[in-house]
Ligand binder design. Sequence first.
Ligand SMILES: Nc1ncnc2c1ncn2[C@@H]1O[C@H](COP(=O)(O)OP(=O)(O)O)[C@@H](O)[C@H]1O
Ligand SMILES: Nc1nc2c(ncn2[C@H]2C[C@H](O)[C@@H](COP(=O)(O)O)O2)c(=O)[nH]1
Length: 251
Amino acid sequence: MNAARQNLQKLAQTGAQISKSSLRKSAKMSNASGKKLNVIVEGNIGSGKTTFLERFKDYSDVCVLAEPIDMWRNCNGNNLLGLMYQDSKHWSFSFQSYVMLTMVQQHTLPTPCSVKLMERSIYSARYCFVEQMKKDKIIAEPSAAVLDEWFKWSLENTKIDVDFIVYLRTSPEIVYERMQTRGREEEKKIPLGYLQDLHKVHEEWLMDKTIGHCPAPVIVIDADQDKTSICKEYEKFEVDVLKMTPCKVGV
Ligand SMILES: Nc1ncnc2c1ncn2[C@@H]1O[C@H](COP(=O)(O)OP(=O)(O)O)[C@@H](O)[C@H]1O
Ligand SMILES: Nc1nc2c(ncn2[C@H]2C[C@H](O)[C@@H](COP(=O)(O)O)O2)c(=O)[nH]1
């Protein structure tokens, strides 16, 4: 790994602000070596992941992969997302299996772009959602074991690279309000308690490092800020990420 990347890894792990120059240096060197940059964007439901990724959709050298929710809503005509929230005990295993399949498909999707930005990952599927299902006893141990075997096989047998994690860190109460405002039909009955539980497992995975393993350095953004004030944080990251791409096309 080149020196600039190592420096970046250290900075991100200490939670220090990543300096523009270190990010740029790392990017140039990674471009020089031809290594692509794989970034996953993590956070609670409603934390602003889609909004954050929107900023990159007009750039030709950044591949943005949003969560394939439309696939989850229409798996051969079945709305697995809706079924999971209607009857989680009955449908969580099927839904989770499909989520993890679609995540591996996105992780391994070839792209000519220098940067791949992905919304969530196989890691949060396993370490946040499956962990929460186990805690809530929505899935039994044998089902959790099958999901874990799929997870381990995927990591060992497919090319899943993650260079940095952007964690949109939020308070459950704030994302609960945003989720209700967004008004997704399937999510209408999600209680605040579920978001509080999901927040905890995200914190344990990404901050306390007490669940599973964290595959890359974490860049934390305080995403409780409203849309206006958070733009500066997003702009800084956008500029830094785009410095990693040889060309910028778009507005
Ligand atoms: N920083 C923010 N402040 C206030 N509302 C936000 C902010 N970021 C996103 N939203 C709104 O909150 C809702 C969820 O945002 P979204 O980007 O869909 O989150 P996610 O993809 O993480 O679920 C949307 O209605 C969006 O317009
Ligand atoms: N049970 C699971 N649910 C998941 C998983 N990944 C996403 N989701 C749900 C959460 C939301 O209702 C919806 C989209 O998430 P956003 O954060 O983008 O709103 O899908 C998962 O792995 N398991």
